[in-house]
Each structure stands twice: as C-alpha cells, then as structure tokens.
Design a protein around this ligand. Structure first.
Ligand code: TRP
Length: 75
C-alpha cells in the first residue's frame, strides 16, 4: 500500500451517521455519501479521487493523529 497511514476508521455511535467523500482537485464537491448505523464501522482511504472526508453525526473517528469524537449536530 502506497500510503498506509492515509486512512480513517469511522465507528458510528448513533444511527444515520454520514461519511461524505469530497473530491480532490480544482473543485471540492461531494462525490460519495455512506450512511452508517450505530456500531457500524467504515475504513476509508484518501485516494486520487478523495482529498477530504466529512463526518456528520456522532462517531468515533480513528486517524493517524489520534481519536476524534464528532458530535450530533444541533437541530
Ligand atoms: N471511489 C472513491 C475513491 O476511490 C471511494 C472512496 C475512497 C471514498 N475514500 C473515500 C468515499 C472516503 C467516501 C469517503 O476515492
């Protein structure tokens, strides 16, 4: 694997967490949205096509820099 550290592990802590991939390059737009239910885990890499990931909802996000907890957005 070229960049073994270039990945995230996202574990949903509630139903309906969205993991959104944003495009690399000139324009930055959503290209993929994955919905996770509580307890589901997604492994995601940064790739030629994906330069950023947005997580919406309560989740545990494991990164090469440590663990970050996202929160439920205010309604
Ligand atoms: N087709 C996308 C890509 O190769 C799949 C993908 C990779 C993705 N990492 C992601 C989608 C992170 C959402 C979030 O770039």
């Amino acid at each position: 694997m070229e960049k073994a550290n270039d990945f995230l592990v996202i574990k949903a802590q509630e139903n309906g967490v969205n993991v959104i991939g944003l495009t690399r390059g000139k324009d930055t737009r959503f290209h993929h949205s994955e919905k996770l239910d509580k307890g589901e885990v997604m492994f995601a890499q940064f790739t030629e096509h994906t330069s950023a990931v947005k997580v919406r909802g309560k989740a545990e996000i494991h990164t090469p820099y440590g663990v970050i907890y996202s929160e439920k957005p205010e309604t």
